[in-house]
Design a protein around this ligand. Structure first.
Ligand code: PMP
Length: 392
């Protein structure tokens, strides 16, 4: 009898067909992928240096320049998620011993501070309670006291639902000899941002929120000021994969012939290209207006259900992700599970400093519709009745 040399059998789970249920993703991301973007991602592969792929990369670059409102040459998509872009921006800007100032009013500032510390930077944190944003004078005090070379701040704080005003911030940073780094993963396309006019030095986002593409590619752009800081580096960036010098070349941003750096996630780029194309077709202003209007409708509906919004000031509410306080007497997990099990709708609990305090509802890109607002409000009303009943 033939005996097998294999000690590990084929896993049973892999011998069954892949099963993916239908769900309405109204959490803080990812959001649902529309058929056009799904179709783009399932195209046959091409080689990562084929002219057609390089052409798609050029179109992505132009799409990011539009979405960011920038003319920066050094504009590309990182092969990775939003965290990867966060790492890429910090590790290319910071050298061991540099001073960084991080605005922390939720999880993203905490994460940026952690990454900057791992890079050997002297990190100072400016703190605000979750649900609040920073005023220019808060930042100015920190810039004067710590004299950082980089300030990190989050435009759309998805853990708390706060929209950070950016007006005047770039100019302020530059007066203090500091570069401005902004995370717009959760806000890009959903709230106005003007990279060049607002003098932002590094801006990054993600593919899976308003752009409605699968996670795995992350738009990023560097101003001339930040490019000069990178050129003045005494040491190489600690990551080869995320070295902006190499990536700039691969993305055709340095005027040199393109060289192989890594095998790009080509199908993710196809999807990202379509997400950016859909945003360009709709137009940024219409997209911002759509997110604002649906967020306003959602907030009104939540108040009508007797629920309390977490962010008090209307202008400080992120149009893409709305946070509400977990209602008294309810367990947030029961509510999110109820929506998932009974309505096939994902909403989320808090994250980091907002865990246990809030529920988060995302309406991003194609998911930001009046119909989806009605659907999630009906499901929540059902949950408020049923979850309470189950506790009596
Ligand atoms: N920044 C913000 C504001 C985010 O909302 C997210 C994702 N929730 C990230 C960064 C990290 O992105 P990713 O999960 O794609 O790595």
């Amino acid at each position: 009898m033939a005996t097998s040399v294999l000690r590990v059998p084929p896993p049973q789970g892999l011998l069954r067909p892949l099963a993916v249920p239908e769900r309405l993703l109204l959490g803080p991301g990812p959001s649902n992928v529309p058929p056009r973007i799904l179709a783009a991602g399932s195209q046959q592969l091409l080689g990562h240096m084929h002219p057609e792929v390089l052409q798609v990369m050029d179109e992505i670059k132009a799409g990011i320049q539009y979405a960011f409102q920038t003319q920066n040459r050094l504009t590309l998509a990182i092969s990775g998620t939003g965290h990867c872009a966060m790492e890429a921006s910090l590790l290319n800007l910071l050298e061991h011993g540099d001073t960084a100032l991080v605005a922390v009013n939720g999880i993203w500032g905490q994460r940026a501070a952690e990454i900057a510390r791992r890079l050997g930077a002297n990190v100072h944190e400016l703190l605000k309670p979750p649900g609040e944003y920073f005023a220019l004078w808060d930042i100015e005090e920190g810039l004067a006291r710590y004299k950082p070379s980089v300030l990190f701040i989050t435009h759309g704080e998805s853990s708390t639902g706060v929209l950070q005003p950016l007006e005047g911030l770039g100019e302020l940073c530059h007066r203090h000899g500091c570069l401005l780094l902004v995370d717009a993963v959760a806000s890009l396309g959903g709230a106005p941002i003007f990279m060049d006019q607002q003098e932002i030095d590094v801006l990054y986002s993600g593919s899976q929120k308003v752009l409605n593409a699968p996670p795995g590619s992350a738009p990023i752009s560097f101003s001339e000021r930040s490019r000069e800081k990178m050129l003045r580096r005494k040491t190489k960036p600690t990551s080869f994969y995320l070295d902006m010098g190499w990536l700039a070349n691969y993305w055709g941003c340095d005027g040199e012939p393109r060289r192989y750096h890594h095998t790009a996630p080509i199908n993710s780029f196809f999807s990202l290209r379509e997400g950016l194309a859909m945003l360009a077709e709709l137009g940024l202003e219409s997209s911002w207006e759509r997110h604002r209007a649906n967020c306003t409708q959602l907030c009104q509906g939540l108040r009508n259900l007797g629920l309390e919004l977490f962010v008090k000031e209307e202008k400080a509410r992120l149009p893409t992700i709305t946070t509400l306080r977990v209602p008294e007497g309810y367990d947030w997990k029961e509510i999110t599970s109820f929506l998932m099990d009974k309505h096939a709708i994902e909403i989320a609990g808090g994250l980091g400093p907002s865990v246990g305090k809030v529920l988060r509802i995302g309406l991003m890109g194609c998911n930001s519709t009046s119909g989806n607002v009605d659907r999630v409000l009906r499901a929540l009303q059902d949950a408020l009745g049923c979850c309470r009943r189950s506790r009596l």
